[in-house]
Design a protein around this ligand. Structure first.
Ligand code: FE2
Length: 240
């Protein structure tokens, strides 16, 4: 989707959001399109390298996470550029309400100067300060499920600022729409097989649920997918 200069009541403006394989990319022309494509190709590589590191850390076979994300059509990759203008009364406005991201791995270029991003750690909101030439890596709900909770998706929010205009570029490396998401068997304790916390589902079904529940806790979403799992027989898992 593309939003141009569409101010939201939350005091955030989404300049544009594009998915590499989307025809919408054709609406961005010339140098900008070329730069966006090159940016996406390179960042997708970084995301896949990070997935490999996660595999290594968890003792999963090489390429496991990439394979699970693949589905039948490959992963999806998108970039969203956001603008948070200064707000004279930030106490009355929420920049971006607390949520966990739905997808896989998120690579965020923050504004070099204006802060606002916070994450929840040990029940405390912690600032993620601007840091030049760095990428903030965030994990989404899908990685929490696949890693059986070894990695958690992190609750985060953006606080409106009285001064300065904050811009950010977030890129999302997500599973393909028909990818089947479930805890990696190698990470499930044998004795815990019958008391699994995390469900098995098709990614696009999760996204349909997430669309209406983004700003709510993730646990009820996992629970709802679990209930759906008992109704729908997912059949054999195809990860390639
Ligand atoms: Fe987010």
């Amino acid at each position: 989707m593309i939003w141009t200069g569409k101010a939201l009541s939350s005091c955030a403006t989404f300049l544009f959001q594009t998915w590499l394989k989307s025809p919408i990319l054709k609406m961005i022309t010339g140098h900008v399109q070329k730069a966006m494509k090159e940016f996406a190709v390179e960042l997708e590589k970084v995301a896949e390298q990070l997935l490999e590191l996660l595999c290594e850390n968890l003792g999963l076979e090489e390429g496991y996470l990439k394979k699970v994300f693949y589905g039948s059509k490959g992963p999806t990759f998108g970039t969203k550029v956001s603008n948070y203008p200064p707000c004279p009364k930030p106490d009355l406005i929420k920049g971006l309400r607390a949520h966990t991201d739905a997808g896989g791995i998120i690579l965020l270029f923050q504004d070099d100067e204006v802060s606002g991003l916070q994450l929840l750690k040990d029940d405390q909101w912690v600032d993620v300060p601007p840091m030049k030439h760095s990428i903030v890596i965030n994990l989404g709900d899908q990685l929490e499920v696949i890693t059986n909770g070894k990695y958690k998706s992190v609750l985060h929010r953006v606080i409106a600022q009285t001064e300065g205009n904050r811009m950010s570029i977030a890129s999302f490396y997500n599973p393909g729409s028909d990818a089947v998401i479930y805890p990696a068997p190698a990470l499930v304790e044998k004795e815990a097989v019958n008391s699994q916390v995390y469900p098995k589902f098709v990614f696009e079904d999760y996204m349909k649920l997430y669309a209406g529940l983004k700003f709510q806790a993730k646990e009820p979403r996992f629970e709802a997918m679990k209930n759906m799992e008992t109704i729908v027989n997912l059949g054999p898992i195809a990860t390639v």
